[in-house]
Design a protein around this ligand. Structure first.
Ligand code: PLP
Length: 441
């Protein structure tokens, strides 16, 4: 019998009891609530590691759900952000740096003919959908099951809610993510299963001429990093062209992470619109809507409305300028992907030595670990799989100083700092070995 790892969370527990009096669930995002005894409050993050208020240190593979691509408190980006602070913050007018950052994005992402800044992934996708509706004059849109596109009503349709008949895999029902999403907007959303070519064709045949857009996440960052197959996205491109539908590739999580030009550059598909956020600012809040010039020009007076008090804020913009320069001009992306590959090799040798069948989804820079020979290729394959081993292992990993998502929904995210800190790999693998053995007991 192995010794159960012990982690002192007494200060976090006390903080939770105080916080819950003032903050719903004691947190500022519902997903940060991990139960009364396991909700963690952080003191700081540096590189690929974080420290909680009890003094526990962790190697972190959540990285704020992806943004900290270089690592926390990166000196190069933070120095630029400080210079951005001196510019003045928010003006309700434009600055020169907007064009410099937009030029960098256009250089890195071939489909980004024009660029409009936003503050968050949610805002960017919301703007992208409005743009598609303005351009096409249509209201309905198509989502891929398992995708996540932010918190706005139009994006929050799923099949995952208890008490709803979610239909079959071949014909998923559109149901809201949770309460407060008006069922009246439901009739505008259509849902297709990921990677099912036949169903995609059928859906376009039935609804294609009413669709403004098809929205797809090329690697589903809230669904075990399930990847869209190239031929699926290529078919989507073809059908969109055939039916006059705009293809929106949501690269909020994958963009400036998986490849300089996004997953779209690896799939060989040019979207009409794409959205980027997270990694572009190394954690500073910034996002963009990009795409075809004729479509983007619908953002105009009397056209599709878009703005925002904080868009192109001088701090975030300066941070993005520095971060994108590093991602474009240095081997940072190769460093973190190489780290991810080495981590996977190390984890596999631990699992293989114990005869544990497993596979990976996603990309070396953001991967899902799955305990079956074949990884899932759509939402329901994941949902109906047995992920109890993963969940139990993740629970132990937290106690052993490695933070990953507590369930298999989110991938493990890599940052450049992981790759530059040789102890990250050894610390992680030591913890994985112990967590696996504890899980097997
Ligand atoms: N789109 C995708 C693909 C995402 O993964 C997310 C967030 O995780 C969003 C949109 C929403 O972004 P934000 O949380 O910045 O609003």
């Amino acid at each position: 019998m192995m010794q159960m790892p012990r982690r002192d969370l007494s200060r976090s527990n006390a903080q939770f009891r105080r916080a819950v009096q003032r903050l719903p669930l004691g947190v500022s995002s519902t997903f940060r609530y991990w139960g009364e005894d396991r909700t963690i409050y952080l003191a700081e993050g540096k590189g690929g590691r974080i420290r909680d208020i009890d003094g526990n240190h962790y190697v972190d593979y959540r990285l704020g759900y992806g943004p900290a691509i270089l690592g926390y408190a990166d000196n190069r980006v933070d120095a630029a952000a400080r210079r951005g602070m001196e510019v003045g913050g928010v003006f309700a007018l434009s600055t020169e740096r907007e064009l410099a950052v937009a030029d960098r994005i256009a250089k890195m992402v071939p489909s980004a003919e024009l660029v409009r800044f936003s503050n968050s992934g949610t805002e960017a996708v919301m703007g992208a959908l409005r743009l598609a509706r303005a351009y096409t004059g249509r209201e309905s849109y198509l989502l891929v099951e398992g995708g996540y596109h932010g918190l706005f009503d139009a994006a929050m349709w799923q099949a995952d809610v208890e008490g709803w008949d979610a239909g079959s895999n071949a014909d998923p029902e559109v149901v809201p993510y949770g309460k407060g999403i008006p069922p009246t907007v439901r009739k505008l959303a259509h849902l297709v299963p990921m990677n099912d070519m036949q169903r995609l064709e059928d859906t376009f045949r039935r609804h294609g001429d009413q669709l403004a857009a098809m929205l797809i996440e090329p690697i589903q960052g809230n669904c075990c990093a399930i990847s869209a197959r190239a031929e699926y996205v290529q078919l989507a491109r073809k059908l969109c062209d055939q039916y006059g539908v705009l293809l929106i590739i949501d690269e909020v999580k994958t963009g400036f992470r998986v490849a300089k030009g996004g997953v779209q550059s690896l799939l060989g598909v040019r979207p009409d619109i794409s959205t980027f956020a997270k990694a572009m600012g190394n954690g500073y809040p910034i996002a963009v809507i990009t795409g075809r010039a004729d479509v983007m020009r619908c953002f105009r007076c009397g056209g599709a409305s878009h703005g925002g008090t904080y868009t192109a804020h001088s701090v975030s913009l300066a941070a993005a300028e520095a971060c994108l320069r590093i991602l474009d001009e240095t081997p940072a992306l190769a460093t973190l992907a190489d780290y991810g590959a080495r981590l996977k090799t190390g984890v596999s040798s631990i699992l293989d030595a114990r005869g544990i069948v497993h596979s990976y989804t996603g990309h070396d820079s953001m991967f899902g670990l799955f305990f079956a020979a074949e990884p899932p290729d759509n939402y329901r394959a994941w949902k109906t799989s047995d992920y109890s081993f993963y969940d139990q292992m993740a629970y132990f990993l937290h106690d052993l100083g490695v933070i990953c998502e507590p369930d298999s929904r989110e991938p493990w995210f890599m940052c450049e700092a992981h790759g530059l800190d040789p102890a990250c790999l050894t610390d992680t693998l030591k913890a994985v070995e112990t967590a696996v053995d504890l899980t097997l007991e």
